[in-house]
Design a protein around this ligand. Sequence first.
Ligand code: ATP
Ligand code: MG
Length: 656
Amino acid sequence: MSLENLYSETRTFPPPEQLAADANIKAGEYTEADDDRLAYWAKQAERLTWTKPWDEVLDWSNPPFAKWFIGGELNVAYNCVDRHVEAGRGDKVAIHWEGEPGDTRTITYAELLKLVSQAANTLTELGVGAGDRVAIYLPMIPEAAVAMLACARIGATHSVVFGGFSVDALSTRIQDADAKLVITADGGYRRGKPSALKPTVDEAVALCPSIENVLVVRRTGQDVAWTDKDKWWHETVEQAGTEHEAQPFDSEHPLFILYTSGTTGKPKGILHTTGGYLTQTSYTHNAVFDLKPETDVYWCTADIGWVTGHSYIVYGPLSNGATQVMYEGTPDTPGRDRFWQIVDKYKVSILYTAPTLIRTMMKWGDDIPAGYDLSSLRILGSVGEPINPEAWIWYRKNIGHDRTPVVDTWWQTETGSVMISPLPGVTASKPGSAMTALPGISADVVDDTAESVPNGGGGFLVLREPWPSMLRTIWGDDKRFIDTYWSRFGAGAGQGDEWIYFAGDGAKRDEDGSIWLLGRVDDVMLISGHNISTTEVESALVSHPSVAESAVVGATDPTTGQAIVAFVIPRGNVDTAGDAGEQLTVDLRNHVAKKLGPIAKPRQIMLVAELPKTRSGKIMRRLLKDVAEHRSLGDVTTLQDSAVMDLISAGMKTTK
Ligand code: ATP
Ligand code: MG
């Protein structure tokens, strides 16, 4: 497959001079890492405190099963908490927590150490030990981070399940990992009211005989049913001893299992281990966000149930001794200004969020962020989906006031940490491009035969060399691990002896060699013999001033093989009633044809109020394709709001 390269972008944004001069990472690190990749990673591993040094950096003798920092020992929680306290920074704020109803908590590193130690003592008393699995099903409250760190501290492997998931999703994840304990809460606040979690856990636990105990945090105070497996957090953890000595674990000790978002199908239980994972999350959090732990206030808006929450709320920032904001609720509670109010209140300097939120903010209108003082911001990040160039520009302009670098970070649950991203003090970024692989990472864009495509070409995104925070396997399913990631190219496909990781995403390299992510390979459309990415057409649509967000799919077509069907959310101020709506769809079809060429002109455009998204906010194009092809819908269990699909299907029928 070679992907058409239709979208061209000429705007570039070099780093602000002062930021470049003071940056944690300078341009020289790319060559340093190229010269000796393993030496570069060994140097990064020294950011951490190891109780026993490693003998060898990488063991790749049994590919695709990697081992990093072999023989080394460390404790993840010690690295994230204790050592900052020991270094005299115990009074530094680790977490400024903001509850949805407006209640707050401030937790210093010294207090975090106490909480994590108490939780570790309680887990031990409940019979949880090294290697046991613990399911965590919590809202965005500090106890979520405490629970994860307590597991890490005693060597138990956590499996965090997003607090919005159903009984079925929770119980299958508990069963897959054979977990012994669930840590949950009575509920959490969502959209202005308490939303219960405990009943879901009760039903799930009834299906999971492996669970011996359920630890329940009281957050909302709502009534809960009680079984003899249940223990209150405040009657156990908060009464437990505050001293706990962290034991070292092997660098390859399992740290956590996390199931992928399920955008493309059944989630996979991704296994991450200790030393390599913490090395790369710590390194990337320092490099990509240029973190200055003494002065920055960092805020990542992800949920702890996703990998972004694991790597860039818990392990990366805390290992670096950062001060961060953690927010419990939704961006529109009590009003659509909540995010900007939080940035203003805590003087957030680094903000890391997702394109879905940026496009939602675009839809809500520029005047909302304009009402707040956002001058503390100095770096903006994006993750989760390709960011359309116009959304990137909107983010930089309306949130960053044209001063802040925007880092578009490409990575996956499987990669554990950021892999492709600008460096804010080095890279002249282009809106919509993740730019280049970080130092020490070898990303490539290849054709069907694993040959690198030349500049100007498009194809498959692959990773050619193992990296420290790579997944070690799919939990309990080595075969699926090999089949999914290693069997498309290279040795795993019977071609040569190089093991090549296939990410599942399409990408292109522009004339300067910068990398542009073009969405899932499975979503690529075949129009009259041309492979066209959904991302480019969506970006062309979003570049129209009336459009906030769009999703594009290829639907079977008798003449062209597939034809482009686009679903478009107009910006808040756009009139779409009657003829105005008709006219807008005509204009948009022409706009795309003008921007990308006639081949990319959508056959049909539907104006919609919402798009189907996963719980992590990613567009589920496969469902839209089902609609466009008049099929019944596939698996909808990871869908955020199933009513959206009913509305879209009804709309589709009336427009033939
Ligand atoms: P599943 O694998 O179960 O379908 P998922 O791929 O959505 O779920 P994640 O691991 O959360 O689960 O998401 C990783 C994917 O998100 C990447 O493979 C890519 O498609 C997309 N992605 C993440 N960041 C970016 C980015 N900066 N630019 C483009 N795409 C991105
Ligand atoms: Mg994926």
